[in-house]
Design a protein around this ligand. Structure first.
Ligand SMILES: [Zn+2]
Ligand SMILES: [Zn+2]
Length: 103
């Protein structure tokens, strides 16, 4: 039977930046949410249920459980360290508390 009205999934892309697919390793994945829409003649009319967020890969045509957000650039910036002894320094210290070297 040809169904013209019913529930159809609709994928909403949440993030324009491509993500790496955990399966094929290509940057063809993106964060998407799959909502269930009531559609009529294949036109989504209204949302029936709000779906879970998934990492959808266009290459594999598969959704994956979302990963935790990766570290941001801020997190990756190394903490300042002493030039003489290499120990981490608080950003507001002008002198190393361990060896007394100026920053
Ligand atoms: Zn993939
Ligand atoms: Zn030092």
């Amino acid at each position: 039977m040809f169904i013209i009205a019913g529930i159809q999934p609709k994928r909403t892309r949440l993030d324009k930046r491509p993500a790496t697919c955990p399966r094929c390793g290509q940057a063809t994945a993106s964060r998407q949410r799959v909502d269930q829409y009531f559609s009529f003649f294949f036109i989504p009319l209204f949302r029936v249920s709000k779906g879970e967020e998934v990492l959808w890969c266009d290459h594999c045509q598969m959704g994956f459980a979302p990963q935790r957000p990766g570290p941001t650039v801020e997190d990756l910036r190394p903490a300042p360290t002493c030039r003489r002894c290499g120990r981490p320094l608080a950003p507001d210290f002008n002198y190393c508390p361990y060896c007394g070297a100026p920053r």
